[in-house]
Design a protein around this ligand. Structure first.
Ligand code: ATP
Length: 469
């Protein structure tokens, strides 16, 4: 199995299958508890005792998730002339899943305990006994991972539909629509983000593997023969996306699938893996799907999906390169990578060092106290900033505690309004990472924050004086 370095050079051959090395980093319980405490993620239907493997995103989580999706959309669609976006329905014609192979092969061999009836993945069991009650197990049976439901009022076989287990098929069945309406030539990508559903046998590790999750998928259609070059391109491009958004490179690696591990449609596949607390695990898969999908839909849909290449004056069925990532799993990786504990003034400070573009809140406006003289100016500052940045306002408890709260949600900048502000019309900006503070005139605040959020170093300039804490 070849490993690629981020620059694409083939690395040393090493087997990673079954690698369970426990990394020296934050454990998942700390992340789960921070997520609950600070409003990132809650158990679904919590007041009813929760629902297995379903989670709800709270006020901070929803912002973080949106920022991740925006960053992906920006890199994949907005900044490229060769990719268009699409949003297709979750329920599709049942024959789509026959054509894609999901009805017949999207299944896992499971064994069932004859006494407690729990089901287990046969490949994950060490001996032939039920891990729950030590009971006897059945022979393995295939169990389809797609959720079934019925369309219309009658629950019968003819009205069975599936909740999609991936968004990709929406792009394949709309290939012709996208090419015709965009008036673009190949290579052309179609991108989509949206919910997918899989009745996973072993969900777990918080939001790492759930039964309802969001996909971010790109199907990039290319001329056969150019597919390996594009495959390489997308592996590197996608790896760089995570690094550019702040994931430490030593926590990422590429792993090529073994021949016997490849999905039935894939000619080649790399996983981008992240060093999660439970060990290296898949973050995103990039597959060369060849012409499998378009040919299957041509066959099952009775519709020619070949492409006419005017320049070469030939018809061909394009090959597809597919980078496929999960929003929730990406969010978990960004959370874990951002999590830091450090000692400041003999106290432990928990800080999420998010890339500014991902941070749920960009700025917090904090009047030094709830004093009635400070409130009007602080509110004015807040009102001016919130149309421009996600801004929060907090005037409860001591300023130190409020700083800690902002650190725990990863807010890059805190703006403090004190009694001097009333005199000199200046405020203090505190930097989340260095804890340095600068003083700026209120009329320069928005511009200053904007440049800092774009990456301008945080240091005092001659215009402003650095204040000691
Ligand atoms: P895994 O084996 O880890 O469940 P997979 O190989 O089945 O993942 P793909 O079908 O390649 O996953 O889907 C692409 C991406 O979608 C994955 O890399 C992951 O980020 C995300 N994903 C897939 N299944 C789930 C799930 N059940 N929960 C959360 N994210 C998922």
């Amino acid at each position: 199995m070849a490993l690629l370095t981020p620059t694409g050079k083939a690395g040393k051959l090493r087997s990673f299958r079954g690698d369970t090395k426990m990394p020296d980093k934050v454990d998942m319980e700390k992340i789960v508890s921070l997520c609950k405490r600070r409003g990132f993620v809650f158990p679904s239907s919590e007041i009813y005792g929760g629902l297995g493997s379903c989670w709800d995103y709270g006020p901070m989580g929803v912002e973080l998730k949106r920022n991740i999706k925006n960053a992906w959309w920006r890199a994949i669609v907005q900044e490229r002339n060769d990719v268009v976006g699409i949003e297709t329905s979750i329920m599709m014609h049942p024959r789509v899943w026959k054509a894609s192979g999901h009805v017949d092969s999207f299944a896992d061999p499971l064994v069932e305990c004859k006494s407690c009836h729990l089901r287990w993945r046969a490949s994950e069991l060490e001996d032939q006994k039920c891990p729950q009650c030590n009971g006897e197990l059945t022979e393995p049976r295939m169990f389809n991972l797609m959720f079934k439901t019925f369309m219309g009022p009658v629950e019968e076989e003819a009205s069975t539909v599936y909740l999609r287990p991936e968004t990709a098929q929406g792009m394949f069945v709309n290939f012709e629509n996208a090419v015709t309406t965009s008036r673009k030539k190949l290579p052309l990508g179609i991108a989509q983000m949206g919910k997918s559903f899989r009745n996973e046998i072993t969900p777990g590790n918080f939001i790492f593997r759930t039964r309802e999750f969001e996909h971010m998928e790109l199907e990039y259609f290319v001329k056969p023969g150019t597919d390996e070059v594009w495959f390489d391109y997308w592996v590197k491009d996608r790896f760089a996306w995570y690094v550019n958004l702040g994931i430490r490179e030593e926590n990422l690696r590429l792993r090529q699938h073994e021949k016997d591990e490849l999905a039935h449609y894939a000619r080649n596949c790399y996983d981008i893996e992240y060093l999660f607390p439970m060990g290296w695990s898949e973050l995103e898969g990039i597959a060369n799907r060849g012409d499998y999908d378009l040919r299957q839909h041509t066959k099952f849909g009775n519709k020619d999906l070949s492409y006419y290449d005017a320049e070469a004056n030939e018809h061909y069925v394009p090959y597809v390169i597919e980078p496929s990532a999960g929003v929730d799993r990406t969010l978990l990786a960004f959370l874990i990578d951002a999590y830091h504990e450090e000692t400041v003034e003999k106290e432990t400070r928990v800080v999420l060092r998010f890339h500014p573009s991902l941070a749920p809140m960009k700025v917090a406006v904090l009047p030094l106290s709830r004093n009635e003289k400070l409130t009007p100016l602080a509110k004015e500052v807040y009102n001016n900033l919130c149309p421009r940045f996600m801004t929060c306002y907090d005037d409860s408890q001591s300023i130190g505690r409020r700083y800690r709260r902002q650190d725990e949600i990863g807010t890059p900048y805190c703006v403090t309004i004190d009694f001097e502000s009333l005199e000199d019309h200046q405020v203090t900006i505190r930097d989340r990472d260095s804890l340095a503070q600068i003083r700026v005139p209120i009329e320069q605040l928005e511009k200053t924050l904007e440049s800092k959020l774009k990456g301008e170093p945080f240091e005092a300039t001659p215009l402003w004086t650095t204040r000691q804490k």
